[in-house]
Ligand binder design. Structure first.
Ligand code: XLS
Ligand code: NI
Ligand code: NI
Length: 443
């Protein structure tokens, strides 16, 4: 059990720590599947997931949208002094995280404390909050999964940060990244994330794409070199997304980022932080993105959420699709798990979810469905013929001519002669419905 850590006032009054109560429970503020210490496939659930709470959606996002203002009025946003306000927010954050028994959190620099336009003053503010967070982490045992810098909200970044055509803006982005890396290191952060929301373009008419991408690569190298020099030995993650807010983002999807990292010699230090809703925006399933990452040894971390099938933007809803997650956990388990990262809930409650309990329901549901998907996927992998059905499809490459082809031993002429000799192939079923039913049977 985690110790509940509150500040001078309790922000989530009347809500107790969420506990595992099992399937018999009808308590909506209890876990029915998530049992932190339960061993599945050789690791505890806690080790599989390393669940993290995202600061921005849970403690900053106030429900405003392009058509209307805030609907979430937080009691930790009342003080006028930015440092005092930030401390209240951090009190609320650690109270929530410890009541949820989540082991990790993630933040952008500006989530933690408001930034102005003075670099040195911003650094001073962040340092004060880093000291405050250190004590909170110590009191609670909660750890930092990753830190990052917000290089997309400030108006100076309207044309990008590392890919801005104006070097002056790039330097400001670098200053922010330096301070965010320093904060991450000071807090024992295990990873550092780059999400380039505005690293892309709105119109190719005014864009030198090649030059911008070279700047992005140089920027990443420079940041990585600095962090390594400071003793950071965690992993850097790039978080792909195809668009929004840019019309076209350079880190479009997992395959694109893989090519970029390879081209610019960054594969040794960087992996991917994959987000469900970003995958679907790119026209992929989340499973597709996971498989690309696994196949390239790049699966670092995930941002858990889901989109909405009826619209085409990043709605960041809490995950609740058991089929999607079971299929995802199959890939994660078979791929050997997340490398260094965890499961960060990059998800927000709806604008009209205005009770303080709503944030708890959302996270309980998210953690529980991941746990259920893990148990289901593990059962499928260990008890069913799922893996065999797939490997059997490739049987013809295991020996004879197929094996010779895989080993590069057959020429095109020889392949032609084999085709003649073997005659027309028999049709072999892909058995898709069989496998779909199998997944549902285990759920
Ligand atoms: C936005 C991104 C962002 C990153 C962190 O769509 O998901 O929240 O995770 O900058
Ligand atoms: Ni996102
Ligand atoms: Ni994200």
């Amino acid at each position: 059990m985690t110790k509940i850590v509150t500040g001078s006032q309790e922000f989530f009054k009347g809500i107790n720590q969420v506990q595992f109560e099992g399937l018999e429970s009808d308590n909506p503020l209890a876990f029915r599947w998530y049992e932190a210490d339960r061993i599945v496939a050789g690791k505890t659930m806690n080790e599989h997931f390393k669940f993290a709470c995202s600061y921005w959606h849970s403690f900053n996002g106030n429900g405003s949208d392009p058509f209307g203002g805030p609907t979430h009025f937080f009691p930790w946003e009342t003080k006028t002094d930015p440092i005092e306000r930030a401390k209240d927010k951090m009190d609320a954050a650690f109270e929530f995280i410890t009541k949820m028994q989540m082991p990790y959190y993630c933040f952008h620099d500006v989530d933690v404390v408001d930034y102005g336009n003075d670099v040195a003053e911003n650094e001073r503010r962040l340092n004060i909050l880093v000291e405050y967070a250190k004590q909170k982490q110590k009191d609670s045992g909660v750890k930092l999964l990753w830190g990052t810098a917000n290089l997309f909200s400030h108006s100076r970044y309207m044309n990008g940060a590392a890919t801005n055509p104006d070097f002056h803006v790039l330097a400001h982005g670098a200053a922010q990244v330096k301070a965010a890396i320093d904060a991450t290191i000071a807090l024992g952060g295990e990873n550092y994330v780059f999400w380039g929301g505005r690293e892309g373009y709105m119109s190719l008419l005014n864009t030198n794409m090649k030059r911008e991408q070279e700047h992005l690569a140089r920027f990443l190298h420079t940041a990585k070199d600095y962090a390594r020099k400071q003793g950071f030995n965690g992993t850097f993650f790039i978080e792909p997304k195809p668009c929004e807010p840019s019309k076209h983002q350079y880190d479009y999807d997992a395959a694109t980022v893989k090519g970029f990292l390879q081209q610019y010699d960054l594969l040794a230090d960087f992996k991917l932080n994959l987000e469900v809703n970003h995958a679907t925006l790119a026209g992929h399933t989340f499973q597709h993105e996971l498989q690309v990452a696994v196949d390239n040894n790049l699966l670092g971390s995930i941002d858990a959420n889901r989109g909405d099938y009826q619209n085409g933007w990043d709605t960041d809803q809490f995950p609740n699709d058991i089929n999607e997650l079971t299929e995802s956990l199959l890939i994660i388990l078979e791929g050997g798990g997340l490398q260094g990262g965890g499961v960060n809930f990059d998800a927000k409650i709806r604008r009209n979810s205005t009770d303080s309990k709503d944030l708890f329901y959302a996270h309980v549901g998210g953690m529980d469905i991941f746990a259920r998907a893990l148990l289901t996927a593990d059962a499928i992998l260990t008890k069913s013929d799922y893996k065999k059905v797939r490997s059997d499809r490739y049987r013809s490459f295991d020996d004879a001519h197929g094996e010779a082809f895989e080993n590069g031993k057959l020429s095109l002429e020889e392949l032609r002669d084999i085709a003649v000799q073997m005659g027309e192939p028999a049709s072999i079923s892909g058995r898709q419905e069989y496998l779909e039913n199998l997944i549902n049977r285990y759920i």
